[in-house]
Write a protein that binds this ligand. Structure first.
Ligand SMILES: [Zn+2]
Length: 530
């Protein structure tokens, strides 16, 4: 495994407010970044906003503001949401920032001089009313403008193109040599069979039909068009080809850094095909992994405003807390597969996993330590019973499986291991029956051992939950009497960690939710009435 990590989310388009799908991708990326840092690795985490394009130009015009003012306002909301969700990104790149626009112009010039970009003609379906070009697919079988519904005409405009044909062979070789580049692997075959084999067209990288973009220095009536502008954010943010490129050297050029892009299926083609080509054209290395997550749907249909099933993450976090929402997103929808959000599942997950299993285990354990040992966790004294031995092996196994799953970005799977440990610890209480041991003075050592083992299981579970349950885990550490230093990840294997600590009984971590009240409330949120 490499010694440090650079992980990115896609940059989101600020034409409207973010919805829970964006929150999903960013939260899962955050969980990975946090888990790496907690385990002692350096991890640089980037997210941002993709701020150019016709749609923004038009939305700004409709709102009667400049495009810059328009995106400034929406991006303010991005900051607020990431703050609310406790996203730990190290940087936030905006494609309107000078650090980005200047470098994109240099990149364009370099590719132009190299002959990888040439001036040609773009042919598409043109709506004269909206002054926009649409592709065949966008215009649909009726050849109408997807925005205004008016008929569109075939038209041409002058445009620059990136010569994809030059890089197809080396891309195929790269795919062959790096079978783990694109995850899930099925995506690779999709790329090859759907896009590469039928013949890849050169990619249009400039437009003259709108002006909200980065001007091409050599021909300023053109602005750089979407993907060359957007994808390069991953290197411009690190200071590629700028005065201070120390982050670029450390987090991109150095082979000891693992570069991971997290993305949604709808943009796989651009990340898996064009991005490696751009990088090869620039003579810099390609990412190690591109992880394509699934679609977060609403009750089995795609999110859409017209269906009234878009969940605004803000009120959800405000009402249920950051931990509950982060947990639900990570646990309910298997990272890498499609999944759906439903109010019933949301309430049930919180109740079953967090309130009943984890919160209750902490509550019971701290109460018993107060009752039987005046609030002091008894010291570790080896394995008094087979039950102790079995719980100890389960703890070690859980840490091991969790780390392996996290390393592979199997975040949902990693969480299920922690859930299993919590369930095992709850079962251990039933097996050891502390309330029976407490009645027998000869069993006091056995009872002490049970309390020590339960406390350690709780520490390990809380530590492993921490990248997800960013506030509740800290509360659990406090209840177990663990200082910040003692609660560090490096102590997960220490059997004596909990010896003689003083517990502090606190509020339940996750109060049980009443489905009769909460399900209708979330439904209201989804219909946009709240
Ligand atoms: Zn139109």
């Amino acid at each position: 495994m490499k010694k440090r990590f650079y992980i990115t989310t896609p940059i989101y388009y600020p034409s409207a407010k973010l919805h829970i799908g964006h929150a999903y991708c960013t939260t899962l990326t955050d969980i990975f970044a946090r888990s790496k840092r907690e385990r002692g690795y350096e991890c640089y985490f980037l997210t941002g906003a993709d701020e150019h394009g016709l749609k923004i130009e038009k939305n700004a015009e409709a709102a009667g503001v400049t495009p810059q003012a328009f995106v400034d306002n929406i991006v303010e909301g991005f900051y607020k949401l990431w703050d609310l969700l406790k996203i730990s990104n190290d940087d936030f790149i905006r494609t309107t920032q000078t650090r980005h626009t200047e470098t994109v112009q240099k990149i364009f010039t370099r590719m132009l001089n190299k002959g990888d970009i040439y001036l040609g003609k773009y042919e598409g379906w043109y709506c004269r009313y909206c002054e926009s070009f649409w592709t065949d697919t966008q215009a649909g079988p009726d050849k109408v403008c997807p925005d205004c519904g008016r008929p569109v005409q075939k038209a041409e405009e002058e445009a620059y193109f990136f010569k994809t044909s030059k890089y197809v062979d080396s891309l195929m070789k790269f795919f062959d040599e790096n079978p783990k580049f694109l995850i899930p692997e099925s995506r690779k075959n999709e790329m090859i069979n759907t896009f590469i084999k039928p013949g890849l067209d050169d990619l249009c990288v400039s437009r003259t039909s709108f002006s909200w973009g980065i001007p091409v220095v050599e021909n300023p009536k053109h602005v750089v068009y979407v993907w060359l502008d957007a994808l390069t954010n991953y290197i411009t943010a690190l200071g590629y080809d700028s005065k201070d490129d120390s982050l670029f050297k450390k987090y991109w050029e150095d082979e000891e850094t693992e570069i991971i892009h997290i993305l949604g299926a709808d943009i796989t083609r651009f990340h898996a095909i064009y991005w490696p080509m751009f990088l090869e054209s620039l003579g810099i290395r390609k990412p190690d992994r591109e992880f394509v997550h699934g679609l977060l749907m609403m009750k089995d249909s795609k999110m859409s405003k017209s269906k009234g099933n878009v969940v605004d993450p803000y009120p959800l976090v405000e009402k249920y807390g950051v931990d509950a929402v982060r947990y639900y997103l990570a646990r309910e929808v298997n990272f890498g597969s499609d999944g759906s959000f439903s109010p019933e599942q949301f309430v049930e997950r919180i109740n079953v996993d967090l309130a009943n299993a984890y919160g209750n285990l902490l509550n019971r354990t701290v109460s018993m330590i107060n009752k039987y040992f005046q609030g002091t966790i008894p010291a570790y004294q080896g394995q008094k019973t087979d039950f102790d031995g079995s719980l100890e092996s389960m703890i070690e196994l859980t840490i091991d499986s969790y780390e392996k799953a996290m390393d592979d970005l199997k975040i949902t799977e990693a969480l299920t291991y922690v859930n299993e440990l919590v369930n095992r610890a709850n079962k251990y209480i039933d097996e050891t029956t502390p309330w029976v041991l407490a009645k027998d003075s000869e069993k006091v050592d056995e009872l002490a051992s049970v309390m020590n083992h339960l406390s350690r299981a709780l520490f390990v579970a809380s530590r492993l939950y921490h990248p997800v349950l960013v506030t509740a885990s800290d509360k659990a550490f406090t209840q177990l009497g663990l200082s910040e230093e003692k609660a560090l990840y490096e102590n997960v294997h220490d059997k004596h960690l909990l010896d003689n600590l003083t517990v502090n009984k606190g509020e339940p971590l996750f109060p049980r939710l009443d489905p009769v009240v909460e399900v209708p409330f979330i439904n209201e949120l989804m219909s946009g009435n709240k």
